[in-house]
Design a binder for this molecule. Structure first.
Ligand SMILES: *[C@@H]1O[C@H](CO)[C@@H](O)[C@H](O)[C@H]1NC(C)=O
Ligand SMILES: *[C@@H]1O[C@H](CO)[C@@H](O)[C@H](O)[C@H]1NC(C)=O
Ligand SMILES: *[C@@H]1O[C@H](CO)[C@@H](O)[C@H](O)[C@H]1NC(C)=O
Length: 355
């Protein structure tokens, strides 16, 4: 196996050696510039300056935002501060954010490095927040209970597992029950460089429950966002470097069967699903090189796609917003609530628009 792997690597290296730099640049879509698509009524959200990497809007308009991600090789405007979870109420006319306090004796706040998040609401209306965390460049999943009155999160549990080595995003189907993407970003840097340069597509999706943990889909070129349809029958996974969104049918035993995939001319990141229409809203990086190699003169652009009728033969894809990074840099996620669109970014601001 090791030998086969070595030979495969050698073959790939020889094939691409001549112009592997430009091969890598093509993978990152490094030559793309965006055509601006404007929305007339947008405001930057006050209080978000160091990222809004992932966000989730509850049916009542309360919104959780993960902020302050430290990702190796990616820009941070607050490299010495721990990350945080922000709360925003989209029912307010001009909503601002407040930082949720976190309590719980076994939780280390100073190494909090939140990434993908997801919520689960049980029959008693208790809201659980699941957060992918990267303390000291490792991966854990933190389970919190949301205490609305106190505006705080009570830490209940830290989940670690060997099949959860390098998580990016998560979608909860119960308080301790989720699908998650392993993007492989934190694996050994030597292996990672091969994987990223050559597109070895080693990243995968895991189903986790206290009783059973299993790989349910693999072969992704940087699996990133993951989400589920409102009827809970389909799971969507974005593969950022392949620029694809994969659609899976979910079975009662939690396994996934691949149905189809769609290809885009942009690095697709988080997927949010409109709970009413089932449309997918995708935060994208038109030009991935600008995300991985930050240059203030050529900042990463932002782009938001809406995908309607994804299960049909002819899904409709609309570029709802595109901007060259002068306003919003590196959009990762976009989500809708009552005719408004909230767009988050890896390490910069967040934008709130009327549609
Ligand atoms: C908490 O995290 C910080 C930063 O990584 C680390 O220096 C410290 O040792 C951790 N504390 C505990 C109790 O693990
Ligand atoms: C899970 O369910 C699907 C659909 O019913 C079935 O095809 C598959 O064999 C099952 N897998 C396992 C491991 O039970
Ligand atoms: C981005 O677009 C704005 C407005 O269209 C333009 O003024 C600016 O020069 C552009 N910036 C870059 C870096 O292309």
């Amino acid at each position: 196996m090791a030998k086969l792997l070595a030979l495969t690597l050698l073959g790939l290296v020889l094939t691409h050696y001549k112009d592997h730099q430009s091969f890598y640049e093509r993978r990152l879509n490094a030559f793309r510039e965006v055509e601006p698509v404007d929305l007339p009524n947008c405001n930057l959200v006050k209080g978000i300056e160091s990222g809004s990497e992932d966000l989730e809007i509850l049916p009542n308009g309360l919104t959780f935002i993960s902020s302050g991600l430290k990702y190796p090789g990616i820009k941070s405007f607050e490299p010495d501060k721990p990350g945080k979870i922000l709360l925003m109420d989209l029912n307010e006319e001009d909503p601002t954010v407040l930082e949720l306090s976190i309590s719980g004796s076994n939780f280390n706040l100073s190494s909090f490095n939140p990434h993908g998040i997801s919520t689960f609401t049980d029959e008693d209306n208790t809201v659980y927040l699941l957060v992918v965390n990267h303390p000291d460049v490792k991966t854990t999943v933190e389970l919190f209970k949301f205490q609305e009155e106190q505006k705080s999160l009570l830490h209940l549990k830290t989940i670690r597992h060997e099949l959860l080595p390098n998580l990016n995003d998560i979608v909860a189907v119960g308080p301790e029950h989720f699908y998650a993407t392993n993007d492989h970003y934190f694996v050994d840097s030597y292996l990672k460089s091969w994987e990223l340069y050559l597109g070895l597509a080693w990243s995968y999706v895991v189903y986790y429950s206290p009783d059973e943990v299993k790989v349910v889909a693999n072969g992704f070129d940087f699996a990133n966002g993951i989400n589920i349809s409102p009827d809970r029958k389909y799971v969507y996974v974005s593969a950022s470097l392949a620029r694809k969104i994969h659609v899976y049918e979910k079975h009662a035993n939690w396994t996934l069967t691949s149905l189809k995939s769609m290809v885009f001319n942009t690095l697709v990141d988080n997927i949010s699903v409109d709970p009413v229409t089932g449309d997918l809203w995708v935060g994208c990086h038109p030009n991935g090189k600008r995300i991985f190699y930050y240059d203030v003169e050529h900042p990463p652009a932002s782009e938001v796609l809406q995908i309607q009728n994804i299960l049909t033969e002819e899904p409709k894809v609309t570029v709802v917003y595109a901007e060259n990074g002068t306003v919003l840099q590196g959009s990762t996620v976009a989500s809708v609530y009552k005719g408004k669109l909230l767009i988050g970014t890896v390490f910069q601001k967040a934008l709130y628009c009327k549609l």
